[in-house]
Design a protein around this ligand. Structure first.
Ligand code: GRF
Length: 222
């Protein structure tokens, strides 16, 4: 689990995407050095997952006194102390300081549970179901100052099935995130993926739309 760029994962909750990254790195399929995991709150499962994988787990507690500026400074300092080359947002529920986003432009990724540009923000499953959408999914994108607006790299698409609920859709999309996120991180870590003047390059070619991975059709029940 070492050799590649020093990678710090930012989390707020369960950390299932973090687990997918840890698993891929652990089996040598993702050439990164996991330099640390930062949570905005104590006691979350993601911190346990980091500790179990012997990755430094750090809390930058947003509930601590110090105000917005103080927290922003602490987060930035922590990333610097961990000597992060890449920053991976995996369910991190906070807006990042603008200067930090600028500093890591082209080296910071996020996974968002919708087919961006549809449904930036929260409650994406509910919104897609209410709109009667026929498909939903997740997008890995470069982070830019505007929320959930950075250029897309790879998308996982699932058909919305009759009877789908927020929970069923979330479960299927989440499984897809676990496939596409480590893949995008591997491209970035290997220097195959870049952001130049707002344009995504994969293997030197302009990516005008994200790479699409479709959910495998469910195998028939016998
Ligand atoms: C994922 O759905 C991701 O798309 C969103 O936050 C969720 C994080 O889940 N940004 P987990 O903590 O990785 O399980």
């Amino acid at each position: 689990m070492s050799g590649g760029p020093r990678t710090v994962v930012l989390v707020s909750g369960d950390g299932s995407n973090l687990q997918a990254i840890l698993d891929q790195a652990g089996r040598g399929a993702l050439d990164i050095t996991l330099a640390g995991v930062i949570s905005d709150r104590p006691g979350v499962r993601a911190l346990e997952r980091a500790t179990n994988a012997l990755v430094p787990a750090v809390v930058v507690n947003y509930a601590a006194p110090g105000g917005r500026e103080g927290i922003a400074t602490r987060l930035t300092e922590t990333l610097h102390e961990l000597r992060a080359d890449l920053v991976i947002l995996a369910g991190f529920m906070r807006i990042l300081p603008g200067a930090l986003v600028e500093e890591y432009r082209g080296r910071m990724l996020n996974v968002h549970p919708s087919l961006l540009p549809h449904y930036p923000g929260l409650q994406t499953y509910r919104r897609a179901l209410q709109a009667g959408d026929r498909e939903h999914g997740a997008t890995v994108h470069f982070v830019i100052p505007e929320l959930d607006a950075g250029p897309g790299i790879i998308q996982y698409r699932v058909p919305v099935r009759a009877g789908d609920t927020v929970d069923s859709l979330r479960a299927r999309v989440r499984r897809g995130e676990h496939q596409i996120y480590p893949r995008a991180i591997a491209w970035l870590a290997a220097g195959r993926l870049a952001l130049r003047d707002g344009v995504v390059l994969l293997d030197g070619e302009r990516l005008s739309t994200p790479v699409v991975v479709n959910e495998e059709p469910a195998s028939p029940v016998k």
